[in-house]
Design a protein. Structure first.
Length: 459
């Protein structure tokens, strides 16, 4: 690791070929400090613009992303190994987030509160400079989750992408400038977490940090922010349950299970990797699940027919392998041999409920199937991890669906579905899965300070 002020480069590899895609200069602590100074000045100008002008600028940015959607998707395929279909969705999600946030600029209003002796109003003011630290698993959309509402609320944004996936972030910043965003309002700082990331978190000129990543790193960031009482939003790990009751449509539940934990090669905090199945339909569910998993097409992510690509890196593949000893029973799909960070779709059976693969976040294409007797045991198993990000309940009984959703400690639940993320609904976790909420109608307010003003009428 270089010294904080020593120049260094980041090497971007194609996860499906292990070939070098690009080399990018890494930001030093000095670079971060200069970027904060520039961002603060740009942010003051931006916040002073009429709301309609800010909204139009963000819509132009969204239009530029839409015009370059295929370019951005291709870049995501090469730097992150995502399937081309997923990559197109991700670029489109950035566009949609910018459009949605633009619609909130002119609706970001305070309140008038009844008081005696005068008029009391609240005003929502931008924080100033916001630091967004984005992960490598969904580089484009998660970067936009913080960036779009922060800009819409009148802030400047410094985005630090993951070390392995800086290219789409850099291109988005270029599109922002080309579409007319003020210079230095939205800057990207590619760099090592222990250099650029630490400098961004510690900088006194940064008012808030938005971080998506591991729980361990999130805790460390929160501790560093505490010294300056700096605001944080944390979207951290997950080990999400998929509860399948005997009265559910078992065929539909089995068919929907593989995409729920194999999407993005399982590198998804919301992945339904703990499949809990009522014991009376357990064997039937497995008999339906096996062919669905074995038929998943793993290969070249640029191929339109591919359903799953590689893992992000050799280190990640080695980590996933550590959870899957060769002698464990289960269902295994196929993946390519040769170059690339490939791992076959895997479902483990016969594990104890407290086994590491059943309780820890593997972050790969690996799920565990566990039986349960009744509703009470299903809820107990669902809650038996330190995480609480997402989950699914499969049942035809509406009352049971509502009871179980009320009892499972998770921020995002779906019934007869695995949907977790919509840009117009709130997203976030319970327990060790995070702090705060992103997306939805309240997203802009999370990037503001509430100022209360009382006007006396008695003078």
């Amino acid at each position: 690791m270089p010294a904080p002020d020593e120049p260094y480069d980041l090497t971007v590899l194609n996860p499906s070929t292990e070939e070098v895609v690009s080399t990018v200069p890494g930001a030093t602590a000095v670079d971060v400090d200069r970027a904060v100074t520039r961002a603060a000045a740009a942010g003051r100008h931006w916040a002073g613009l009429a709301p309609g002008d800010r909204a139009r600028a963000l819509r132009r940015f969204a239009a530029a992303v839409d015009a370059h959607l295929e370019e951005l998707a291709d870049l995501e395929v090469r730097e992150a190994g995502h399937t081309i279909g997923n990559a197109r969705w991700e670029a489109g999600n950035v566009r949609d987030l910018l459009d949605y946030a633009a619609g909130g600029v002119e609706r970001l209003s305070g309140r008038q509160i009844p008081v005696a002796g005068g008029l009391d109003v609240t005003i929502l003011e931008p924080l100033g400079v916001v630091g967004v630290i984005a992960p490598w698993n969904f580089p484009m959309p998660i970067a936009a989750w913080g960036t779009a509402p922060a800009l819409a609320a009148g802030n400047a944004v410094l985005l630090k992408p993951a070390e392995t996936t800086p290219l789409t972030a850099l291109r988005l910043a270029e599109l922002g400038r080309e579409s007319g965003l003020p210079e230095h309002l939205f800057q990207v700082l590619p760099g090592a977490g222990r250099i650029a990331g630490d400098a961004l978190v510690a900088h006194p000129g940064v008012a808030k940090i938005v971080f998506t990543g591991s729980t361990a790193v999130g805790k460390a960031i929160m501790a560093k922010c505490a010294d300056r009482v700096k605001r944080v939003t944390l979207e951290l790990g997950g080990k999400s349950p998929n509860l399948v009751f005997a009265d559910a449509d078992i065929e539909a539940a089995a068919a929907a299970a593989p995409p729920s934990f194999l999407d993005n090669s399982g590198q998804d905090c919301c992945a339904r990797t703990r499949i809990l199945v009522q014991d009376t339909v357990y064997e039937r569910f497995l008999s339906l699940l096996a062919p669905a998993v074995e038929s998943v097409r793993v290969g070249d992510p640029a191929d339109e027919r591919t359903q799953m690509g590689p893992l992000i890196s050799r280190a990640q593949r080695d980590r996933v392998r550590g959870y899957v000893p060769d002698d464990l029973p289960g269902i295994r799909g196929r993946c390519p041999d040769g170059p690339g960070f490939w791992f076959a779709p895997t479902v483990l059976t016969g594990l104890a409920p407290d086994a590491p693969a059943a309780t820890e976040e593997v972050f790969g294409p690996v799920a565990v199937v566990l039986p349960f007797r009744d509703e009470a045991e299903a809820v107990r198993l669902a809650n038996a991890t330190e995480y609480g990000l997402a989950g699914s309940v499969w049942t035809r009984d509406l009352g049971r669906a509502l009871r179980v959703c009320g009892a499972v400690a998770a921020g995002n639940l779906s019934v007869n579905s695995h949907s977790s993320v919509r840009y117009w609904t709130p997203f976030g976790g319970f327990k060790q899965s995070g702090l705060g909420r992103e997306l939805g109608p309240d997203a802009l307010a999370a990037f503001t300070e509430t100022k209360n003003v009382f006007l006396s009428t008695e003078v």
